[in-house]
Design a protein around this ligand. Structure first.
Ligand SMILES: [Zn+2]
Ligand SMILES: [Zn+2]
Length: 292
């Protein structure tokens, strides 16, 4: 009998069960099906409108008969009403609900319950089971390799993220140092400005006093030249009280300027401390980066 799928000669595994060694399809003859299962077998809707394979037994009798397509266990098998069922590779395992490689043992048990498994089936199933295991092992190795590859990628990504974080921290530190330096420069400018204002105030005060004294002296001289005397009880020109008051104002101003100067120096010192701390941190980060 010839394989309806590829035309090779079918091998008899046991009576009523034939196998194509090329495509691994299986022919179950009607007497075997009657022996092992309640008819119809397999159970499932008949898709009569689709054309099936030619029946190998009808072909052997010189007839051409397309088999019916039956859907069962999510596979489509070919069935000849009078001769049997053709199952492509893997379909018998699906229909019986067993692992691939165990289907012939399962159907033998269905047909000949309690009898020892023939060597032909045991050897074939062993080979298929070994092949299956090998395929699973290969898949496991591939999976492990893939996992390792993904882990490496992940590690590299984490490393890059760490480097970037260090670079960001360093950049932040640099900005802080620049900011502190700018603050210090502004504080120094402000201190210098205050000092200049104070110095100018002192000079102006002295000049004003000198002018007042000069005016007083000139007035005094003019009074003498005219031979006039100032009214009794009143001193000529700018009085001593006025001069003392002016001096008190000038002293107060100088003191205020000195206080302002002290305050600005304190601020400058604080900013320099900040700058020093920020530089220290930057050096530390740069060392850490250099050691990576
Ligand atoms: Zn075949
Ligand atoms: Zn037939």
């Amino acid at each position: 009998m010839l394989c309806p799928r590829c035309g090779d000669l079918l091998d008899t595994v046991i009576d009523g069960i034939l196998e194509c060694t090329r495509c691994q399809g299986i022919w179950l003859a009607q007497p075997a099906i009657v022996r092992g299962f309640a008819l119809p077998w397999p159970v499932g809707p008949n898709t009569w409108w689709r054309r099936g394979l030619p029946c190998p037994e009808c072909a052997g009798e010189g007839l051409t008969s397309e088999m019916q397509l039956v859907q069962s266990a999510q596979v489509t098998v070919d069935r000849c009403q009078g001769h049997g069922v053709w199952l492509d590779h893997g379909e018998l395992a699906r229909v019986l609900g067993v692992q691939k490689g165990e289907e012939l043992a399962a159907i033998f048990r269905a047909l000949y319950a309690g009898q020892p498994l023939p060597d032909a089936i045991a050897a074939r199933d062993q080979i298929l089971a070994t092949r299956l295991r090998e395929a699973e092992d290969r898949a496991a190795v591939r999976e492990a390799e893939e996992q390792r590859r993904l882990a490496l990628i992940e590690a590299e990504r984490a490393h890059q993220a760490e480097l970037q974080a260090a670079r960001d921290a360093e950049e932040k530190q640099r900005i802080e140092v620049r900011h502190a330096e700018e603050q210090r420069r502004l504080a120094a400018i402000e201190a210098e400005r205050v000092r200049e204002v104070a110095a100018r105030a002192v000079v102006r005060e002295a000049r004003d006093n000198r002018r007042a004294l000069l005016r007083e002296a000139e007035q005094h001289q003019r009074d003498e030249e005219r031979g006039t005397q100032p009214p009794s009880g009143r001193e000529p020109g700018v009085s001593r009280e006025t001069l003392e008051r002016n001096a008190a104002i000038a002293r107060k101003r100088v003191r205020l300027c000195e206080e302002q100067l002290l305050e600005d120096r304190a601020k400058l010192a604080s900013t320099e401390r900040d700058l020093s701390i920020a530089r220290g941190q930057l050096r530390k980060l740069e060392d850490e980066l250099a050691n990576r």
